[in-house]
Write a protein that binds this ligand. Structure first.
Ligand code: M6R
Length: 364
């Protein structure tokens, strides 16, 4: 049932404050200001490295998780798309924690990677949405998301719920390895607890995003730029736009523009820049200015400080609430999803059932 919404995707975007809060509630102890994973029966302090394997949108959660886990816990992380993982003959070992991420829990490549890791003696955790799925049954350690059924082919609420669990896992690993003192952990828990409210503030920009969608709907190509954990979010933005609007889109690390893709820029190419204010902001903005100098039409997603610093000359800006850079991908996901949604609606595509795609990809 779509309720008051025109599409399941729209409904699922709007459910995020509630389902992310639900998911966080099983991983946060707000009174103690601590993160608590379900009892894993497993000593996280003995982990020497983490191998994350997933497909599509879930793989971008893995890529964001790499930034978080390495920064907070100082454990090396490798991230693979599942279709490549087994065939590159990865070096596995008992010091490794495997981590699969999947909404459906049935994606064939991810399931095969999970089985491969287990057969090689690796302990495998899974961030999974469907509790009765094959992956949920086969992982050693289940870290459930509580997104509820996701019907739209484009993954939205599963993505942000997966990020919420990933953040909790990163904090837990950091604590287990003695990398986080109680005050630092309390601060991150407070930041995470604010995510649902910040998502509501982001949703309040829906009408503005809808109004700019027809301009983007006419484009042939769209680029998305970000740095740090917002780089995988740029990849996610591009995937979302491609899959439901059929517009060619690419995500790039903002600093990579001048190594090739800037050649694409002219006044026909919208460039979505994801840049919360924080330590990486100035560098991203200077990459944005390079795009503007070549006539590129910039849509900047930032907070009030960032937008003030960036100046004018933008095609559009979308103001996010001010959030800690660590949790920004959870909140900035909302305008990225809404933009893809409204562009697809403006183009008149089948938003919930895009051509050539299945919700669950059960062949390799
Ligand atoms: O069910 P899964 O999370 O394993 O699915 C993985 C991908 O097929 C999925 O995220 C796909 O990329 C989405 N359609 C993206 O919106």
């Amino acid at each position: 049932d779509k309720g008051n919404h025109r599409h399941f995707m729209q409904k699922e975007i709007y459910e995020q404050p509630v389902v992310v809060a639900q998911t966080l509630s099983s991983y946060l102890r707000p009174v103690e200001e601590q993160v608590a994973l379900p009892d894993l029966g497993f000593d996280l302090s003995r982990i020497g490295r983490v191998a994350i394997v997933a497909c599509g949108t879930a793989s971008y959660v893995g890529a964001i998780g790499k930034y978080w886990i390495e920064q907070l816990a100082r454990v090396p992380v490798e991230v693979d798309v599942a279709s490549e993982f087994r065939y590159r003959e990865p070096v596995l070992g008992p010091d490794m924690l495997g981590l699969v991420i999947s909404q459906s829990g049935e994606t064939a490549d991810t399931l095969a990677a999970l089985r491969h890791m287990k057969a090689e003696g690796v302990t495998v955790a899974g961030i999974i949405n469907v509790p009765t799925s094959s992956m949920a049954r086969e992982v050693d350690l289940l870290l459930p998301t509580h997104a509820g059924p996701e019907i739209g082919v484009a993954s939205t609420k599963a993505f942000t719920c997966q990020l919420a669990v990933m953040a909790a896992l990163a904090v837990n690993l950091a604590r287990a390895r003695g990398r986080l003192n109680p005050a630092e952990e309390a601060e991150i828990v407070r930041q995470l607890a604010e995510v649902p409210a910040a998502m509501n503030a982001a949703l309040a920009h829906d009408a503005e995003i809808e109004a700019m969608a027809p301009t983007i709907a006419g484009a042939r190509d769209v680029l998305y730029l970000g740095r740090g954990p917002d780089y995988p979010l740029a990849l996610e933005g591009a995937l979302k736009l491609k899959e439901i609007s059929y517009i060619h889109a690419e995500g790039y690390a903002a600093g990579e523009m001048k190594h090739g893709p800037i050649a694409l820029i002219d006044d026909q190419v919208p460039v979505v820049v994801i840049a919360p204010s924080g330590p990486l902001f100035d560098k991203t903005v200077s990459n944005m200015q390079e795009v503007r100098a070549r006539g590129g039409k910039v849509v900047l997603i930032s907070d009030a400080d960032g937008l003030a610093q960036a100046g004018d000359g933008l095609l559009a800006s979308i103001e996010m609430p001010r959030v800690h850079p660590l949790i920004a991908p959870l909140v900035y996901a909302v305008p990225v999803q809404l933009l893809a949604y409204h562009v697809a609606v403006a183009k008149g595509t089948d938003v919930d059932q895009p051509r050539n795609l299945a919700k669950s990809v059960t062949v390799e």
